[in-house]
Design a protein around this ligand. Structure first.
Ligand SMILES: [Zn+2]
Length: 167
């Protein structure tokens, strides 16, 4: 198990549609463990496989940041099946370090996700967990949270990001 390098905004691999996970393998088990380690190392609440350059529909969330194993969530081929309400608060992304912007998200979501053994279960999340579920699933569709903003705002964010990267 080891943290992997997170690729950042501008890397074309972040824009790809990821492929569904097929048969579960020891390599995938290692990838899941590495993703949890990566989230902890980068102090993130979750990380998606495409962010470490693996374009598979796989992501992990751990709102406790390594403090509570019960909060570890593995998403395999996840899909949002229902959403309710809305919330507005600050969001960030390990692939866009230093940038936090207020973004509207559903307040409550229900996600269908596969287990390693091929069976399916539902992950339900409200508030911050709903935000994290939407954010990670977006990564699997090649979408970064800054892409929700219009071109003008996105340019402002991009300039801020470039400036920060140089600093
Ligand atoms: Zn992200």
């Amino acid at each position: 198990m080891a943290a992997r390098t997170v690729i950042t905004w501008g890397d074309p691999r972040l824009k790809l549609n990821s492929a569904d996970v097929g048969e579960w393998t020891p390599e995938l088990e290692t990838l899941v463990a590495d993703l949890f380690d990566t989230a902890i190392a980068e102090e993130g609440l979750g990380v998606a496989a495409p962010q470490v350059g693996v374009n598979l529909n796989l992501a992990v969330i751990d709102l406790s940041c390594g403090q509570d194993p019960a909060q570890k969530i593995v998403l395999i081929n996840p899909e949002i099946v229902r959403e309710e309400g809305s919330q507005s608060s600050s969001e960030g992304c390990l692939s866009i370090p230093g940038i936090h912007e207020v973004l509207e998200r559903p307040q409550h979501v229900w996600v269908k996700s596969r287990r390693p053994d091929g069976t399916w279960h539902e992950v339900e999340g409200e508030d911050l967990l709903a935000r994290a579920l939407c954010h990670e699933i977006d990564h699997l569709r090649g979408r970064l949270f800054v892409e929700y903003f219009g071109p003008v705002k996105r340019q402002v964010i991009q300039r801020k990001y470039q400036k920060q990267k140089k600093a």
